[in-house]
Design a protein around this ligand. Structure first.
Ligand code: SAM
Length: 287
């Protein structure tokens, strides 16, 4: 395979099962002048399985800008470089975006070589019949900040995808129960493509009980897929509530308007919030 000169290849690697790598990824990794990797040893292990040796550049979140400059000079000299991370697709909750930005700004080609990503892998097997999803990635690690982040997305009607570390999985689900409702649906995708792959679907309450019942289910790597807030038809909102909200929105910030409209009219806050967003985006009169 002929590789482009002066190009950065952004190459996805497996998230567990080492066979989950594309033929094109292997050709690129075998052909580039050097590979930038987060942890060289992990990536060497993958390449060894496919009998590929490489020259390595160490790139991680603490040295990305400095290394980007070095990679740029190699690209300027006509070299071709691949970027990989420990698992999955670079720049998805992983380093890569800063390097890509530098390379694009310098006018060189950035060529994606697609493959596994834990979020999409989990979504594909969750059976959630909603075409819309938001990839959130990692929540804040401190409880207060995490609860605030969860509150912000409370009324979102699309699936929200989180990554979570094993030592925080219990507290994360506990916070979700507090902010949402224990009846909100969640899918927990654990150890995807690996020996102990498990995909749990149920309510938040059931998920907590399931995790607590078996400490083994608290181990490994996790993707959480939180189902969206229930859709409430806009037509379910009374004319009076619409009018009240619309008047408040003309004078006050969105959150305050929704809160007051809910208090005044007794309508559902989530439905009013969604209506407020719609009014804002369509620029309806009164807003
Ligand atoms: N770039 C990666 C991607 O494309 O998915 C994500 C890297 S991020 C640093 C690592 C997190 O992804 C883990 O903490 C976990 O939440 C999730 N993850 C990665 N591999 C996984 C797997 N095999 N099963 C479940 N979750 C996984």
């Amino acid at each position: 395979m002929m590789l482009e000169k002066s190009a950065l290849y952004v190459v996805a690697t497996p998230i567990g099962n080492l066979s989950d790598i594309s033929l094109r990824a292997l050709e690129v990794l075998a052909g580039v002048d050097a590979i930038a990797a987060e942890h060289v040893q992990n990536s060497e292990h993958l390449l060894a399985k496919h009998h590929i040796t490489a020259k390595w550049i160490r790139l991680h979140q603490h040295n990305e800008s400095a290394v980007a400059e070095k990679i740029l000079s190699r690209l300027q000299a006509g070299g071709s470089i691949a970027l990989v991370t420990d698992a999955g697709t670079p720049a998805i909750s992983d380093p890569g975006a800063i390097l890509v930005q530098h390379v694009r700004e310098a006018g060189h080609r950035v060529i994606p070589v697609p493959g596994a990503s834990a979020a999409i892998c989990a979504l594909s097997a969750a059976g959630i019949n909603n075409p819309h999803f938001l990839f959130y990635g990692f929540l804040p690690t401190k409880t207060g900040l995490r609860k605030r982040a969860l509150t912000e997305i409370k009324s979102y009607q699309f699936t929200v995808i989180f990554y979570e570390a094993p030592h925080r999985i219990l507290e994360c689900i506990t916070d979700m129960i507090e902010i949402f409702d224990e009846k909100r649906k969640i899918t927990i995708a654990r150890e995807l493509t690996k020996l102990f792959e498990t995909i749990f679907c149920g309510t938040l309450g059931e998920a907590l009980a399931w995790l607590q019942a078996d400490i083994n289910q608290q181990r490994g790597e996790f993707v959480l897929l939180l189902s969206g807030a229930e859709m409430l038809e806009k037509s379910d909102i009374s004319e009076h509530a619409r009018h009240t909200l619309s008047c408040l929105l003309a004078e006050l910030p969105l959150k305050q308007s929704v809160k007051l409209a809910a208090e005044i009219t007794g309508e559902n806050k989530n439905a009013l919030y969604q209506l407020a967003l719609d009014l804002k985006s369509t620029g309806e009169p009164g807003f």
